[in-house]
Ligand binder design. Structure first.
Ligand code: ATP
Length: 871
């Protein structure tokens, strides 16, 4: 018999790995040792029968001929099954993502891969062997991967984990269920323990690394301590943290690190535990809390050393200058050296540091010939060659300096700048793009295209934006639809700017320089600059988005431009060009958006794109139809999978409303609506909604009617919500209650709902009346249509199959709607009439007479109204 097992206190990755292993060893029995984590127990209580999992106490081990162990290699962790290890004739297979150690069980087959979850390793084998899995199995496996990778956000997450989640979703994994188990609330006991941990947290600075140590006591064993450790880390954002809890006879120990040179697996190993480089744990039996703390601190002092030192960070030697040299010459020295700073020496010692951005500013204000002395900073914070990267980070951030000089004895080696630090911490972000996105990052310079495509003022404005950002020490880029349309040759004057730096400060400054104003959208951390009466520029910081749950709004953090492009929807919208002085116009196209533009393709940036944000489905359709492009097959597959998973149902309805409005605001939106219907997406607006032939015909009629409205000369032209007319056409087949429900669910603006509902309530009756063959007086037509919005009137025109009714609405819009009386209430009071309800009636009758051409002048109006009173 084959038996599959895992470690005691099984988490979802352990459980999921067992379920996955059974697909590779059909017929094997799944046996759980010891107890399980609380969330796993809850899950098992529902799906135990379906998943066919047994407990060690219920199973006889006699006939086991092959033992398959997942998620651990340690005999001490597999409960009773450890008795089998070493048994003659027993074959052992192991699948585990923990690094191998000397204590591991010896196995005939031992599969190790550096992944975020063990489930990932097994899922890959299942996929390769094309073994069929059920949606329940796919869901359990997805749960395993999501849990062990912190929903794909832990640093241990690999591309393979992400690929396997995508594969499992395509096999029917229910992410709703996944989210509901991962989101589990803390119990009262756990909350109390978390509070104890937070209060007890001590920060130790050990060899310039900040280390958090939290300790607490508990009556009983804490089942899910790693969850509490995660919450603590989430709350405080520690780089290295240790959580320990004293129970009756043991200390539970959890360690986390996101620094490359702090390997917590090694540290846990000191206490008899193990794990990964960034997450590890131990259960310590022979020490109490204070002994563990003491031993830990000792160990950290002797073993933890940041391996990056000041001397490793220096990227270029800074140029030097004397205090009396002119600003312009020093600027040129800096520019030639490819750095951003120069050291100013006076009689052998350093007198100051000059920054190129300050010198550029001085030159632009006419001080290029002044002495550098007045434009350097005297704030100097020298460091030694072996100062740690953390100590430098503290100086740069706390003292607000852009660079620190580095000395070896009396010799100046160079300096470490802000950019050097950024490079040290995020080295990967500065690598050349790999794999699919290989090639130089800057692929083309668009300067001449910008000159050709925009009015001169616009091109100058773009340069001005870049220079303003440079002066503030930031970098500015034009991004998104603006860049796409520039490459397509489509006019688009909506400038979208992202700033590597403080976008709000930048917007404030730009507004001031342009004599305009700015609005800070606090909720989104973005700003809009308004200037010259009618122009606007949207400004945001470059950001990284992390989707913690499918379809939820992402967490946003500052990140470099490359990350900002990666968070975007499609390759054609994920391009940017530089606005700074150096390299103005250079195109950043890491995902080959330009090629896709040329070849007419809408392509998502990664396989989880529509799971992360299902509103992108609507956007894909909108761009496909607008540019007459094609959603490429793989992206279409991803859309279909997201549709199959009803991802849109989990998205905020207001976001879908905005996307629907955007689609219906496109010119001739029928094509896009047809495509949505084809992708089965309309059901997310209303289950009963179909694009029927009459509804499609109505869209065509709305096109015609709008063309008429654009061409006709009206005294008073209304700004139309065209999308509302098309929405009315789309919803025409639904009854009033269904339309009301949509209005409520999608939270349409009150005025828009009122228009849709007035159409539903009045249109049929009014059209019936207006289609009558007999002659109608203008006042009758006026009475029938008065109070209806122009959108509703145009929709009624489109709806009317009868020319007569259409003609009469046109007459109303072009002739009657604007007819007003010259006589006013005052004129009547002057004639001795007392104001009251009869006033209105008299004026209405008079207006009818005017509409029907019975009276014309003000005197005739007054006379008519007075006669009404007399009668
Ligand atoms: P349009 O011409 O319709 O205004 P646009 O591309 O400018 O097209 P916006 O909705 O203004 O569209 O969005 C601006 C940019 O923001 C997009 O080009 C895209 O890079 C990014 N973006 C917008 N919505 C999303 C989304 N849901 N997911 C990812 N990126 C998005």
């Amino acid at each position: 018999m084959d038996l599959i097992t895992t470690h005691a206190n099984a988490d979802f990755d352990a459980l999921a790995s067992m379920v996955a292993a059974r697909k590779l060893y059909p017929g094997a029995r799944l046996v759980l040792p010891g107890s399980q984590e609380r969330a796993v127990r809850e899950f098992m209580s529902l799906s135990e029968d379906l998943a066919k999992i047994e407990y060690e106490r219920d199973v006889s081990l006699e006939s086991v001929s092959r033992l398959i162990i997942v998620e651990t290699r340690l005999a001490g962790r597999i409960g009773r099954m450890a008795q089998l290890v070493g048994k003659k004739g027993l074959e052992v297979h192991i699948y585990d993502h923990h690094p191998r150690t000397a204590e591991d069980i010896k196995a005939e087959k031992d599969v190790y891969k550096k992944t975020g979850a063990t489930t990932t390793i097994l899922a890959e084998l299942i996929k390769k062997q094309e073994i069929k899995i059920t949606p329940l199995e796919a869901t359990i496996m997805a749960l395993g991967i999501y849990e062990d990778t912190g929903s794909l956000t832990f640093p241990t997450t690999t591309m393979l984990d992400i690929d396997m989640v995508s594969y499992l979703v395509s096999e029917g994994a229910d992410l709703n269920l996944v989210a509901s188990y991962l989101k589990r609330e803390l119990s009262d006991k756990e909350l109390k323990l978390l509070a104890q941990l937070i209060q007890s947290t001590e920060i130790h600075i050990i060899n310039s690394i900040h280390v958090a140590i939290a300790a607490a006591t508990s009556e009983e064993y804490v089942e899910d301590l790693s969850l509490l450790a995660h919450k603590l880390e989430e709350a405080e954002n520690y780089n290295v943290s240790f959580v320990m809890v004293q129970t009756k006879d043991k200390v539970q120990f959890i360690a986390r690190s996101n620094l490359p040179f702090v390997d917590v697996a090694k540290i846990a190993g000191v206490f008899g535990g193990g794990g990964h480089h960034s997450a590890a744990g131990a259960v310590i039996k022979d020490m109490n809390l204070s002994e563990v703390r003491e031993r830990l601190i000792d160990y950290l002092h002797s073993h933890i050393r940041p391996d990056i030192k000041a001397k490793d960070l220096i990227s270029a030697k800074l140029p030097e200058a004397g205090p009396d040299e002119p600003v312009r010459r020093v600027r040129d020295k800096i520019a030639a050296s490819g750095t951003e700073y120069a050291v100013i020496r006076e009689r052998g010692s350093i007198a100051g540091i000059a920054a190129i951005k300050d010198l550029e500013k001085a030159i632009s204000r006419g001080f290029g010939h002044s002495r550098i002395k007045g434009y350097m900073s005297g704030k100097i914070f020298p460091v030694k060659a072996d100062t740690s990267v953390y100590a430098i980070q503290d100086i740069i951030y706390e003292k607000g300096v852009g660079c620190v000089p580095v000395f070896e004895g009396a010799k100046l080696l160079g300096a470490v700048t802000r950019s050097d630090l950024l490079r040290a911490f995020h080295a990967r972000l500065f690598e050349e793009p790999r794999g699919k996105t290989s090639g130089r990052l800057y692929t083309l310079n668009l300067t001449s295209k910008i000159k050709r495509s925009f009015p001169k003022k616009m091109a100058e404005l773009l340069k001005f934006i870049g220079r303003t950002a440079d002066d503030m020490g930031f970098s500015a880029f034009a991004v998104g639809g603006f860049v796409r349309d520039l490459l397509l040759g489509v006019e688009n004057l909506d400038i979208d700017i992202v700033i590597e730096g403080n976008a709000i400060e930048f917007a404030k400054r730009l507004a001031k320089e342009l004599c305009g104003c700015y609005v800070h959208h606090k909720r989104f951390g973005t700003a809009t600059v308004f200037f010259g009466g009618k122009f606007k520029i949207d400004v945001a910081m470059t950001r990284t988005e992390i989707y913690e749950r499918p379809a939820a709004l992402p967490t946003v953090k500052f990140g470099p431009i490359e990350n900002d492009l990666f968070r975007r929807d499609f390759t054609i919208n994920a391009m940017a060009f530089k606005l700074s002085r150096h390299g103005f116009g250079e195109l950043l196209d890491p995902f080959k958006g330009r090629r896709d533009l040329k070849e007419g393709r809408i392509r998502a940036l990664h396989d989880l794109s529509f799971v992360d944000d299902p509103t992108r489905i609507f956007r894909a359709v909108r761009f496909e139809q607008r540019f007459d492009f094609r959603i490429e097959p793989h992206t279409e597959d991803l859309i279909k999978k997201a549709v199959g998973l009803k991802m849109v149902d989990r998205t905020q309805k207001q976001r879908i409303r905005e996307e629907m409005i955007a689609i219906l605001s496109e010119e001739k939106p029928l094509k896009a609506v047809r495509r949505l219907a084809e992708l089965n997406e309309l059901r997310f607006v209303a289950p009963a909604l179909k694009l029927t032939r009459p509804a499609a015909g109505l869209f065509d009629s709305v096109d015609e009617v709008l063309a008429w409205y654009d061409a006709v000369r009206l005294k008073r032209r209304h700004v139309l919500n065209r999308w509302l007319i098309y929405l009315g056409a789309l919803l025409d087949g639904l009854d009033t209650a269904e339309v009301q429900k949509i209005c409520d669910e999608f939270v349409f603006m009150k005025a828009d709902c009122a228009k849709l509902m007035s159409y539903k309530r009045s249109a049929d009756k009014a059209l019936l009346f207006l289609s009558r063959k007999e002659k109608l007086r203008p006042s009758q037509i006026y009475d029938c249509l008065e109070g209806l919005s122009v959108e509703v009137l145009l929709l009624m025109m489109a709806k009317s199959g009868f020319q007569t009714a259409r003609r009469r609405i046109m007459d109303y819009l072009t002739k009657y709607a604007d007819i007003k009386l010259s006589v006013r209430g005052d004129d009547l009071t002057k004639k001795g009439i007392r104001p009251g309800p009869h006033f209105r009636q008299a004026l209405k009758k008079t207006l009818h007479a005017k509409l029907d051409l019975k009276i014309k002048t003000k005197a005739e109006e007054l006379d008519f109204a007075m006669r009404h009173f007399k009668s």
